[in-house]
Design a protein around this ligand. Structure first.
Ligand SMILES: [Zn+2]
Ligand SMILES: [Zn+2]
Length: 370
């Protein structure tokens, strides 16, 4: 069995650096199920994608932390455990010492995949989950574009002024479900058990001119996460077959980049989202501005940190758009790493077979081992 637990920054680093091999918890219902040889994935409390994968080597039980620390000769004040567990709960459940061994530090999570081209039902969603299991992932995060859901239709009106975009919005895959349909699917899937973690969110098309509309819709949404994405500048989509004609052939690259990154910064400042989708996706056609983006990237990194948001390293840029980069650029990655931005890997899979695409590579890049 696999268990996921949170660890504060100091304890996390002690295990990561091999200075700690015993973890202490209340022996509550969840912990009573733990057996020797089970897996425990410790997520750093302030960064859920920084994970230590450990194996249980031995279990020690006692009535209290005081006794347990004495028995195991642990040089630790049992009163320190009071900040986590009350005396009453300690008496009720007893306590547990878990001897662990770290076996791997690469947690493979694919934080971005769409059910968009299939029905919003269990059978279709299970194909993505099975693919994640087969590819050896530890976690998959399912999300769909907000243009699938009727509730978000008003946020797309500004795009309809171009006939190409109006046609695109009239496709049968747009506004074909309600959020309730999604919640029902999630409820069904949450009743099932999977050997990997499965989370559910939305990829929200953000524009500064629809921010208040979005704020009103997302305030009641109860999902694991919301990923904000910039897919248009000046009400023109930048990544479609018609985008060259409407955008790239009409406006200078410098303007397009400025508009795009202004929108990225507004998205972050809005405080509506947990994650920023594909931060430098605007490079998809290999058209670049004449000025350096370093300062902009630093502002993005600072903004993400301030809002405690995750920045995606999205591999879709490589296998979906044929760009040389296998995710965010080396330049942006270096700035994210220097500023310790929380990062999540993402395939942007739109088909089950694309789940996990280049995720091990992205995870290694994030860790600085590739
Ligand atoms: Zn996107
Ligand atoms: Zn996407």
């Amino acid at each position: 069995m696999r268990y996921d637990m949170k660890l504060d920054y100091d304890s996390f680093n002690e295990i990561a650096e091999g200075r700690k091999s015993l973890e202490f918890r209340l022996n509550d219902e969840k912990r009573q199920k733990i057996r020797v040889d089970d897996l425990i994935f410790f997520h750093r409390a302030d960064n859920e994608y920084d994970v230590l994968k450990c194996k249980v080597k031995a279990l020690y039980h006692a009535d209290s932390f005081k006794k347990l620390f004495e028995e195991l000769c642990v040089d630790k004040n049992h009163e320190d455990m009071r900040k986590y567990y009350s005396t009453d709960r300690e008496k009720e459940y007893g306590v547990l010492g878990i001897e662990i061994e770290k076996y791997d530090d690469l947690y493979l999570a694919d934080g971005h995949m769409h059910l968009e081209y299939g029905p919003l039902n269990k059978e279709y969603a299970l194909r993505f989950i099975e693919e994640g299991i087969n590819k050896g992932l530890d976690e998959i995060d399912i999300l769909d574009h907000t243009h699938r859901f009727k509730e978000f239709e008003p946020c797309y009106e500004h795009l309809r002024k171009y006939s190409e975009q109006d046609e695109w919005l009239k496709q049968p895959t747009k506004f074909c479900n309600t959020l309730d349909d999604y919640y029902k699917l999630i409820e069904e899937l949450r009743k099932m058990e999977f050997p990997i973690k499965v989370k559910f969110g939305l990829e929200v098309c953000y524009t500064s001119n629809t921010e208040e509309l979005l704020r009103d819709i997302v305030k009641d949404i109860k999902l694991d996460f919301l990923t904000g994405a910039i897919h248009s500048v000046n009400s023109i989509l930048y990544d479609m077959s018609f985008s060259k004609k409407l955008l790239w052939d009409v406006y200078p690259a410098d303007d397009i980049y400025k508009w795009y990154y202004d929108e990225v910064l507004s998205l972050i400042k809005s405080g509506l989202f947990n994650r920023l989708a594909h931060p430098d996706q605007i490079k998809l056609l290999n058209i670049y501005p004449s000025y350096s983006l370093k300062e902009t990237f630093r502002e993005i990194a600072d903004g993400l940190n301030e809002k405690k948001m995750y920045g995606e390293n999205n591999t879709g840029i490589h296998y979906r758009y044929g760009h040389n980069d296998i995710g965010i650029s080396d330049e942006l990655l270096k700035i994210f790493k220097d500023k310790q931005v929380r990062m999540v890997c993402a395939s942007d899979a739109h088909k089950p077979e694309h789940v996990g695409s280049l995720i091990p590579e992205a995870a290694k890049r994030n860790k600085g081992v590739l």
